[in-house]
Design a protein around this ligand. Sequence first.
Ligand code: SF4
Length: 335
Amino acid sequence: MEAYEIKALVEKMGLKKFRASQIISWLYKNPVLDIDSMSNVPLQDRKMLKERADISGLELVKKTDSSERHTSKYLFRAHDGALIETVKIGSGDKITICVSSQSGCALGCLFCATGANGFFRDLSTAEIIGQVTYLISTEKIKINNIVFMGMGEPLLNYENVIKAIRIMNSPDSMGIGIRRITVSTCGLPKQIRKIAGEGMDFNLAVSLNAPNNQERSDLMPINRKFPIEELMKAVDHYIQKTNRRVTFEYILIRGENDSIKDARELAELLSGKLCHVNLISFNRVKGCDFGPASGERINLFYQILANSGVNVTIRKSKGSDISAACGQLAGACIK
Ligand code: SF4
C-alpha cells in the first residue's frame, strides 16, 4: 500500500490521524514483520488493523551464505506456496538487494534457471516490497540499491512493479533514491515505451545478449516476437523522451555469442546510443550445456567495444557458488 492508501484506511477505520504515520513507519522505515510489533500503536487499534490487513506475507524457507563475502540468497514461500528468491550483496552502506518480480518466468531464456523452471505467478506489490522489508527488519541493514534482476520479467508484472517502485522511492515510505533503483528487462518494446512516459527516473537495463536476431532468438525466445530492430526503436524512444542512459547486459557464453564478429556487430548496433554495456561471464546453470567465455575472450570483446567508443564495463556477478548470480535463481533448492 502506498502512504496515501494507508492514510485513507486509517481514516476509514476511525483511528486517530497520526496513527497513519506510525503505521507507515513500522511498514517501511523501521519495518516489523507483524502488526503486534508496532509498539506505539495501542492494542485495540492493532486488533482492528489485524482484522483488515496482513503484513506477514513471506515466510523464509532457507538462507544460504556465499563463500564470497557479503552475498546471501533467501528463499521465501508465499501464502500459496509460490517460491521466490532474493539476493543480498554487499555490506555496510553498500548493500544491494536483488528482488524478484514473479515466481518463475514464462520467457524461457536458455541461459537462465528461472526460465527453465516455468512460470508460477506474478508477485503482488506487497510481496515485492516484502522481500526488502524482511531483510531490513531481520538483518538490520540499510539498503543502498535495489535491482529488479531476480526471478521473473518485471515488465510483465508492470502495475505491481511500478507501484512497488513508488513505495520504495517515496520519502513518505522507504525513501530510496530513484537513481538507486534498476529495472532489468529482456526487452519488451511496448512496456519500454510506457516507462518513458511514467516520469520515474529509475535505471533501465536491457538484457541483450546477442547483436543479431538469429543468435538472440536462439538464446531468448522472446526475440522471435520482438526482434532487435523493434527493441532498439523502443530504446531510442526511451532515451529521446527521458534523456537517460540505458544499460545493456550482455552475458558472454562460449561459442554462442562471444565471437569477434559478435563484438564488432554489437559495437555497430550500439554506436552513437546513449548507453552502457555490462559484459557478464555466464554462470553455470544445472541442466544447461552452455559454458562461460574465457577471460581472454571477455577482455578482447571489451577492447573491441571500447575501441569503437562504446561505454563498457566487465562485471563480475557475485554468489555463483550458491546459485545466486545472474540467471541462476530458480527457487529450485526445495523442489
Ligand atoms: S533471464 Fe529474465 S526474462 Fe529470461 S527467463 Fe530468466 S528471468 Fe525470465
